[in-house]
Design a binder for this molecule. Sequence first.
Ligand code: GAL
Length: 336
Amino acid sequence: MLTSKLFGTLNNRLVTAYTIENAHGLRMTLLDYGATWYALEVPTHTGHQNIMLNTDLAGYAEPTGYFGKPLGRVAGRIGEGQLMMNGKPWPLPANEGTTTLHGGPHGYSTLWWQATPANDHVTFTRTIPSSLDGFPGDLTASVTYTLTDSDEVHIDFTGTSPEETVFNPTNHAYWNLNATDETIENHELMVAAPQRFEAPLSKVPTDHLLDVTGTPFDFTTPRQMGPQLAALRDTPERGIDDIYYIGEHDADQPVATLSCGDLGVEFYSKRNALILFTANKFGDELHFLEKKSRPYVGVALEPQTAPHAVVNPDFGDIRLAPGETGQAQLRYHFTY
Ligand code: GAL
């Protein structure tokens, strides 16, 4: 069942919130501004509990947090703000030094989308002219969020362009499964990846894969996050902000699982990589509705084709031929 209501006003435009509730009382709320995933509420014996970090409209308009936002056309970092298209450099607008991060300054997360609501899903659509986001080709894009009666959220992305372009979207939801104001240090995490990409401080990945076995980055079997993060506290990153390389895998097996007490999320994706970000440097500059902002207040898991595919096809193909429809799906299964 879907309901909608006025959420607020941003830059003199009305923002609408859409809430879908499934047969078990699981609820998903979305905003048309940014095609944002605002909340996921699980029914508990004391009422509904939101398990995503969420903020107010000023927080969603702020360009660097990406709370619950879709990231596109290309998630992750493109170094030196440029693509190679048919052997020629294609300069992109940068939004982190010389790097183009999460679709750049005018990526999916910053845009207004047209919502088409239905009983169990909302489709957000729009055209993104090349002149707007700086990527090659005008992109006709959609992001559909579906809540199923099997307690899953599916996010389906499509994109098509009359000219050759690149397409590698994902979603940047942050999770915190605590009912009280605690961090994710008490969560158990599994990431089905034995390797992560080497990256310098710019975080633009290199060709080199590092084995995680026996290091604080190793979540190949479920591990409590606190001790792993404590072991990284004195590193420049002060936690995890890494691209894990999953490689070929069975799409029916979760690429990651996150749990805390009775609550859990399983993440499914056919794609070969996942960014894991533990909000290492979050502080008072951010404001969440149900949690105090501080390091490790949430964890983002962002399945995608390895961002390094942009420069090295050995790590995947994110190119979209003219007229071809690019598709990507993220799947989340909730237990409660
Ligand atoms: C992550 C990225 C982090 C940070 C974050 C947004 O995907 O790896 O470095 O930019 O998004 O705050």
